[in-house]
Ligand binder design. Structure first.
Ligand code: SF4
Length: 283
């Protein structure tokens, strides 16, 4: 079968993930193993590659002592640093600089707003490492909302400062900010969606529209992947979410289809290229 296949040149890892993975690989080229607190990337195929080089994923930092632990791009709450200190751990801190700046802003705003009985609201995925890191800046007091229906959790009689997890959908954030501002005038809205993510939305939409069929590649646990896949699906109903080439069904394709391959901020370029090569031979 003849297919015309193109890889989206705006897809691939974001800077924060590249930095964390490169740092881990550099370390592993001189050492047998390295602990990472949580999955360094939400992509099982890439994770297996790094595990084969010696990366060990830790679920709880309290379990290790006197060793080296990598902090991934999502960042961590202050409690993690306190435990690391107590357990005599050396940290390789790969918190993305954009996330670090956001943590500092949340902390500073919390210090100011709490005096007036204010609330910090975070639009993000509950339990996500980045969101936990942000909530940790507010002594655990921030209110996390996952969608517009959850704004009922906010007390309309008190001031609000609103932030977003860096990988959320910019349009949804705008709608949430508008609704909260209608309920609570003078709400402070901080534009904290990562530029690499918001820039990708429009370009990806165009890419998905301009192909007959889209293969969107990412781990199913990636929250950025879920958002970007839904964006593709909204403009191209023949969009398929796959984790690797094993999930491709040849029945999806017609002779001469223009196939677009794209992915999330946690999808490595080599994985998109692997699928590109596979599609050259589809019978
Ligand atoms: S999406 Fe942006 S903020 Fe988040 S890790 Fe990647 S570069 Fe950093």
């Amino acid at each position: 079968m003849k297919l015309n296949v193109e890889i989206d040149n705006n897809s691939g890892f974001c800077n924060g993930v590249v930095r964390a993975i490169t740092t881990a690989e550099d370390w592993l080229s001189n050492n047998d193993s390295l602990y990472s607190l949580g999955s360094i990337v939400h992509n099982s195929v890439e994770l297996e590659r790094l595990k084969s080089k010696g990366l060990i994923i830790l679920n709880d930092i309290s379990d290790v002592f006197d060793t080296t632990v990598l902090i991934r791009a999502h960042g961590e709450p202050p409690q993690t640093y306190a435990i690391a200190n107590k357990n005599n751990l050396k940290l390789i801190d790969c918190t993305c600089p954009v996330v670090l700046k956001l943590q500092e802003k949340v902390k500073q705003t919390w210090m100011n707003i709490r005096k007036d009985g204010g609330q910090i609201v975070i639009f993000g995925k509950r339990g996500h490492a980045e969101v936990n890191g942000l909530v940790g800046q507010t002594d655990g007091e921030a209110i996390v909302i996952e969608n517009i229906s959850e704004i009922s959790k906010i007390d309309n009689t008190r001031p609000v400062a609103l932030f977003s997890q860096t990988t959320k959908d910019p349009i949804e954030y705008k709608e949430i900010a508008k609704k909260i501002s209608e309920n609570i005038p003078n709400t402070q809205v901080f534009n904290t969606i990562c530029g690499q993510v918001s820039g990708r939305h429009n370009k990806l939409k165009e890419f998905a529209k301009s192909h007959d069929i889209i293969l969107f590649v990412s781990g199913k646990e990636s929250s950025n992947g879920k958002i970007l896949f839904e964006l593709c699906k909204s403009v191209n109903p023949r969009s398929y979410w796959i984790e690797d080439r094993k999930h491709i069904d040849k029945e999806w394709f017609y002779e001469g289809d223009n196939v677009g391959i794209c992915g999330a901020t946690s999808t490595p370029l080599w994985q998109l290229e692997d699928i590109f090569v596979y599609l050259q031979d589809v019978k």
